[in-house]
Write a protein that binds this ligand. Structure first.
Ligand code: ATP
Length: 358
């Protein structure tokens, strides 16, 4: 089922929580709403579920306008952070509960419950109560309860945030597998950028009730539309720069301590003031060949086994972070190292007045 959100706004009292949000979630997509706490993701999800009505705009499932359709008529399945299972009921009865309002034959009902439990791999636990299950298993039951209705749209609200780190990783794989198997259009809310990057077909990054950018994980990470998206989705170094040469296949940008070659960016003329961004893992230490080399002094080195983190200071002042993977030999504080920042890894953004988040 395709879900379209068109120009939707919502306030709680005087506070605008969603501001003219438009999104199209394609059929079969695993779509993420990602953003910091309070940005309106849960409100948007609940609006798709039917718990809130938009003050303005439309929510459509396929061609059908859903604004006034109550939640139980929308054929959505929802999974919450806290599982919301009935403690006194068995796994089987908890899943059956999802079907309570539907008129189904006993055989059909049992067939569907068995299938839902099979999809989440909980067939062997059908007679247990929630307190005899681990957090991950409880969340599987909650998923089965959402799947048993054969929803047109599956809505997941921070489904993994109550699990410990290891289980969260396992359940990520499970959610991907279940989605691959069922192909149900899914909207998934999280503030965990790694969860979104690792699972999503596409992500909408939200801030203060607005959509900042929509894209697949790789393009959001590599070509963020602004500093907010760049910083929210991963760590990023920022240097102030000025475009020296523009046009053709690339451009050159003057930064403290040197000049960098950067990919061509439309709309930036010579003299334009820009933010030059690059991820810590893009920095090549001890670069000898090629261009885009700046000199940096090691201020701090932190060895973490598979990776070593460096705090570096560039010749003319700014601090940057760099990562070396599988490091054989460390660098000492005070050492001066040439660092290369490959042109293809540079993110060039026009410098707008003041707000580093703009
Ligand atoms: P979180 O990750 O913390 O759940 P979120 O991005 O999902 O955040 P929402 O739950 O959508 O954010 O809330 C957005 C804003 O609306 C917040 O400032 C919140 O305090 C406020 N809000 C949410 N629900 C209500 C409500 N029922 N009444 C009044 N204000 C609300």
């Amino acid at each position: 089922m395709r879900v379209t959100i068109h120009n939707v706004s919502k306030r709680f009292g005087d506070t605008p929580v969603l501001r003219e949000v438009s999104l199209a979630i394609e059929e079969h997509e695993l779509f993420f709403l990602l953003g910091p706490s309070g940005c309106g993701k849960t409100t948007l999800l609940r609006m798709v579920a039917g718990f809130y009505e938009p003050e303005q705009g439309e929510v459509r499932f396929g061609d059908r306008v859903m604004n006034r359709v109550p939640p139980h008529r929308r054929n959505t399945g929802m999974v919450f952070q806290n599982y919301a299972l009935w403690p006194h009921m068995t796994v089987w009865d908890n899943v059956a509960y999802g079907l309570e309002v539907r008129r189904l034959s006993r055989e059909e009902r049992n067939r569907r419950i068995e299938e839902a439990l099979r999809i989440v791999r909980m067939e062997d636990y059908r007679d247990r109560k929630p307190n005899q299950l681990s957090g991950g298993q409880q969340q599987r039951v909650a998923l089965a309860r959402a799947l048993v209705v054969q929803p047109d749209v599956l809505l997941l609200d921070e489904p993994l945030s109550n699990l410990d780190a290891q289980l969260r990783l396992e359940m990520r794989e499970e959610i991907r597998r279940i989605h691959d198997q069922t192909r149900i259009t899914t909207i998934y809310v999280t503030h965990d950028q790694e969860e979104a990057l690792s699972l999503a077909d596409r992500i909408a990054v939200m801030r203060a009730g607005r959509i900042e950018q929509v894209g697949d994980p790789r393009s959001l990470y590599r070509r963020p539309a602004n500093r907010f998206v760049a910083d929210f989705i991963g760590e990023c170094n920022w240097l102030e720069g000025e475009v020296a040469v523009a046009g053709g296949a690339g451009c050159r940008v003057r930064v403290a301590g040197g000049e960098l070659e950067a990919p061509a960016t439309s709309g930036l003329d010579p003299g334009a003031r820009v933010w030059v961004g690059f991820r810590p893992e893009a920095v090549v230490l001890d670069a000898t060949d090629g261009g885009n080399v700046l000199r940096a002094t090691v201020e701090r080195a932190t060895y973490l086994g598979r990776v070593e983190q460096y705090a570096l200071r560039l010749a003319d002042g700014p601090r940057i972070k760099a990562l070396a993977f599988n490091p054989e030999q460390g660098r000492q504080p005070g050492e001066v190292v040439p660092v290369r920042i490959p042109a293809a890894s540079l993110i060039l953004l026009p410098k707008t007045n003041g707000d580093p988040g703009a």
